[in-house]
Design a protein around this ligand. Structure first.
Ligand code: 5RP
Length: 211
C-alpha cells in the first residue's frame, strides 16, 4: 500500500470535481496538501476559503485566490481529509486540530467531499475523538467529559485548547450530542453523515467513490 500515492489520487479526483466559478472550502492536513497543487494546476477561476492558517499559506503560495470566510455567503464545495470514515458515513476529523473550523466550513457548503487513503475507512468509530475546549473552566470541562486528555500542542487559531476524548464511543450520534451539549466544548471531531456528500478513498492505483 502506497499511502502517499493513495492520498494524491483521492485529492486529484476531488480537484477534478471543481468547476469554474465555484467558491471552494479547503480543509487541512496532508491529503489536502495534495489537493492544493492539483487545484492550482487546473487554473480555474475559483475563490477559496481556508480552514487553517497552514492551508491559507500553502494555497496563497500556489496562487489560489483565498478569501476571508466572512465575505463569502455560500460555498459550492468543501474538500477535506478525515481520520476515520465509517460505513454509515460518520467521520472523525481533527487529527490536525482544525476540526472546529473544518465543521463550520463543511456545513456552509452545498457539497462536502471527503478524501483519504485506504487506512481511513473503519468498521467502527473509535477514540480518540478530537476536541476543542474553552480555556475558561478547563478543569471542570475535563471532569464532566470523563476520559479526555489535553494535547501538548499550541492553541487553535481561535484560542481553543486542543484535547481528545478517550472514552468509549458507542453510538456516534449519542456521543456527538453529549459532546456538543457539554459546557466548555467549543467543537468536536465527530462529523455526521448528513454533512457528507461524497467520499473518495484511494485504494492502490484507483479511487473508490462513495456517495
Ligand atoms: C485536520 C483534519 C485532517 O483532515 C485529518 O486529520 C486527516 O489528515 P491527513 O490528511 O493528514 O491524514 O481533520 O484537523
Amino acid at each position: 500500500m502506497n499511502v502517499e500515492r493513495e492520498k494524491r489520487l483521492s485529492a486529484e479526483a476531488a480537484a477534478g470535481l471543481v468547476e469554474d466559478g465555484m467558491i471552494v472550502g479547503l480543509g487541512t492536513g496532508s491529503t489536502v496538501g495534495y489537493l492544493l497543487p492539483a487545484l492550482a494546476r487546473r487554473r480555474l477561476s475559483i475563490s477559496c476559503v481556508a480552514t487553517s492558517p497552514r492551508t491559507k499559506r500553502a494555497a496563497l503560495e500556489l496562487g489560489l485566490d483565498v478569501r476571508p470566510f466572512d465575505i463569502v455567503d455560500h460555498l459550492d464545495m468543501t474538500i477535506d481529509g478525515a481520520d476515520q470514515i465509517a460505513p454509515d458515513g460518520w467521520l472523525v476529523k481533527g487529527g490536525g486540530g482544525a476540526h472546529t473550523r473544518e465543521k463550520i466550513v463543511a456545513a456552509a457548503a452545498s457539497r462536502f467531499v471527503v478524501i483519504g487513503d485506504s487506512r481511513k475507512p473503519v468498521e467502527v468509530i473509535r477514540a480518540p475523538i478530537p476536541l476543542e475546549l474553552l480555556e475558561f473552566g478547563l478543569s471542570a470541562t475535563l471532569r464532566r467529559l470523563g476520559p479526555a486528555l489535553v494535547r501538548e500542542a499550541p492553541k487553535s487559531p481561535d484560542g481553543g485548547i486542543l484535547a481528545d476524548y478517550h472514552g468509549d464511543v458507542g453510538n456516534p450520534a449519542r456521543l456527538s450530542e453529549r459532546l456538543s451539549a457539554t459546557p466548555g466544548v467549543v467543537g468536536h471531531g465527530l462529523f455526521p453523515p448528513e454533512l457528507v456528500t461524497e467520499v473518495l478513498v484511494g485504494h492502490g492505483d484507483s479511487v473508490e467513490r462513495r456517495t
